[in-house]
Design a protein around this ligand. Sequence first.
Ligand code: GTP
Ligand code: MG
Length: 195
Amino acid sequence: MYVYILGGFLGSGKTTLLMKLASMYSKKGAKVAILVNESGEIGVDGATLRQEGYDAVELPDGCICCSLSGTLQSALKNIKRDIDPDIIIVEPTGLALPHKVRELVHYSMIDPEEIHIIGIADIQRFDDLIKKKEEFFKRQMFAADFILINKSDLAAPEKMDAAIEWLKTEYPDKPMIPVSTKTGENLDKIYEMMK
Ligand SMILES: Nc1nc2c(ncn2[C@@H]2O[C@H](COP(=O)(O)OP(=O)(O)OP(=O)(O)O)[C@@H](O)[C@H]2O)c(=O)[nH]1
Ligand SMILES: [Mg+2]
C-alpha cells in the first residue's frame, strides 16, 4: 500500500492534483482511498469524491500534523482495515508540514519506503512566497521526494526558469518538474515517476 502526501501552500493546486491522480490510478485498476483535511477553494468534500466512486474520508477542521494527529492515525487504521486500498492520497491543509504528516503515517504502521511526499510550489505566487514566507515554504518543500512547480500555464518561461533555479540552489538533488494540474501539462511525467 502506497501513501502519497500532497505538500503545498494554500491554493497551490493540491486538490486539483489529487483528482487527477485518483483518476489516473483508478484507470489503471488500482483501488484508491482519499484522505482530505482541507477547507479549500474547490471545496472537494468526501461526498463528492464518493460520488465519483472513490473511497474518501474527510477529516474535520483542524490540522492533521498537529491537533488532529490522533484523528489521522485512527482514520488510516480504519482505511487499512475497511478498504485495504492500493494507494492512499492524503491532502493536508496548506499550512501543514508534510514531514510531520509522513511521521504520523509511518506511526500508523506503514512502511516508510511506501510513503512519498509530493511538494507543490505555486508559480503564480512563487515570488511572494519566498519573499514573505520563505522559511515556511522551505520547510514544506524540504521533505518532498520531488517538487512540482504548478500552474505552468500561467507563467512566462523566464519566470519558470527563475523559480527552477531558486529551487535547484536550495534542493540540488530533488527532481523538479513544471506542471499544470489544470491543463495536464507534464502530468504524464509524474505518473511515470509514481509507477
Ligand atoms: N491556471 C491554473 N490554475 C490552477 C492550476 N492548479 C490549480 N489551479 C487553480 O488554483 C486554485 C486552487 O487550486 P486547489 O487545487 O484548490 O488548491 P489547493 O492546494 O487544494 O488549495 P487549498 O486546499 O485551499 O490549500 C483553483 O482555483 C484551481 O482551479 C493550474 O495548473 N493552472
Ligand atoms: Mg485543497
